[in-house]
Write a new protein. Structure first.
Length: 410
């Protein structure tokens, strides 16, 4: 395999929230979706869509370019990551899913779906402040107020997963599958997905498949305890953006007591649920950078759930990044995080060495991110959006984030 090649176009299936097929999740940024001979987008809800995507002009040309050693544009996301010296999704996939050279030399191989990645539209039960109607339809009314009714029209009827055609076609490839990654909306409330997993669980192939979720963990369906143990294992990436009331504020209308009860249920039933890894994933943003240390200290209290956060840095929308806050203010926050990082680096906690190292790297990355840009001109937009949320939700930002008092002007 040459240095420009990635195994994903030879063994991966990715469907985005609209039901469009891409080479992988990074292809979305380049709008590298699959289309048919007439130039129409292939939609997952259509009969035979999976095979049409696999043999589409887009996929054939992408494989051809990789075989020739080209850095194809659909993979620019990975190339940008690799230029920083970090491990890209491409590099990880090449390591985890080795393929034989004969297959990797074919532009139109037989379908092989070892790794499935599905994004379930915008059916979600939360309306998180940093989210958008693309991921949660509950945000559409507020975004219509902010940006006009037409701005939310593209996000109506994002329900491709309701089509039985897709699930039946995917089920035919069940014996190839090694991993299924499920993202929302909120994947744990998608009944069609649970029905599909039940079908798989009744087949001997389930023991070879790892399930992976990005979830808000607002609800743990009773069928989880029945179905998950029949699979090879379950990985949970749990969204959490603060401890206590701050999490309620950001992840409206979730209640902390409900979320914490579910998190503790995972901790106490790790083996019974067949969970092999559970990582809490905060989205670092203007709303929570004051309380990163509190998140880390809270997670250190667990034993089976990972005791350090797997951070996600927010870049869009730009007005919710930490970069909109005054420079001096960010310096004070950076010092707070840096002082805590020094304590962690000295080993003044009971984390194992690998967890300690991972936490230090994450914290130093957050500090770099906080200070990487200055966007004070966007603070007015931050206030405008936040004030509308506050009015609609009966909340007041300064009651949840009193640290904003010197800069919020109210």
């Amino acid at each position: 395999m040459n240095e420009a090649q990635c195994v994903l176009p030879w063994m991966h299936l990715f469907v985005d929230s609209f039901g469009y097929f891409y080479n992988c999740c990074f292809g979305i940024a380049e709008q590298a979706y699959s289309y048919d001979e007439s130039g129409q987008i292939i939609k997952a809800s259509e009969p035979g869509a999976i095979l049409r995507h696999w043999n589409s002009k887009r996929m054939v040309e992408l494989r051809k370019g990789m075989i020739a050693g080209e850095k194809v544009s659909a993979c620019s996301g990975c190339w940008r990551v690799e230029e920083t010296g970090s491990a890209s999704f491409r590099a990880t996939a090449n390591s985890e899913y080795p393929m034989d050279e004969t297959t990797l030399s074919m532009t139109d191989p037989a379908p092989i779906f070892r790794y499935i990645d599905l994004r379930f539209g915008n059916l979600c039960n939360l309306a998180c402040r940093m989210c958008a109607p693309y991921s949660s339809r509950k945000l559409s009314p507020e975004f219509a107020q902010l940006y006009g009714a037409k701005s939310v029209e593209p996000f109506q009827n994002m329900n491709w997963f309701e089509s039985p055609h897709f699930w039946d076609e995917l089920h035919a490839h069940r014996h190839q599958i090694e991993k299924i990654h499920l993202v929302g909306g909120e994947p744990l409330i998608i009944k069609e997905c649970w029905e599909f997993l039940r079908r798989l669980s009744e087949d001997d192939c389930a023991k070879n498949i790892t399930l992976s979720y990005n979830t808000n963990l607002s609800h743990i369906p009773p069928q989880a305890k029945e179905i998950w143990p029949r699979f090879k294992g379950v990985v949970l990436l749990v969204s959490m953006d603060g401890v206590g009331a701050l999490n309620d504020f950001i992840r409206y209308p979730l209640k902390w007591e409900d979320f914490e009860r579910n998190l503790k249920f995972i901790e106490e039933n790790f083996e019974d649920l067949n969970v092999v890894n559970c990582h809490v994933q905060p989205t670092i943003q203007a709303y929570n950078i004051h309380h990163i240390v509190e998140i880390c200290e809270y997670l250190a209290g667990f034993q089976k759930i990972k005791r350090y956060p797997l951070v996600n840095l927010l870049f869009d929308p730009a007005y919710l990044t930490p970069h909109v806050l005054p420079h001096q203010y960010r310096e004070e926050i950076s010092k707070k995080i840096s002082d805590y990082t020094d304590e962690v680096e000295l080993g003044r906690n009971d984390l194992d060495p690998w967890a300690n190292l991972s936490l230090v790297r994450s914290l130093r990355g957050i500090i770099t991110y906080i200070n990487s840009e200055d966007r004070p001109e966007l603070f007015r937009e931050f206030q405008r959006v936040n004030d509308l949320f506050d009015v609609n939700r009966g909340q007041k930002i300064l009651e949840f984030i009193p640290e904003f008092l010197p800069i919020y002007g109210k």
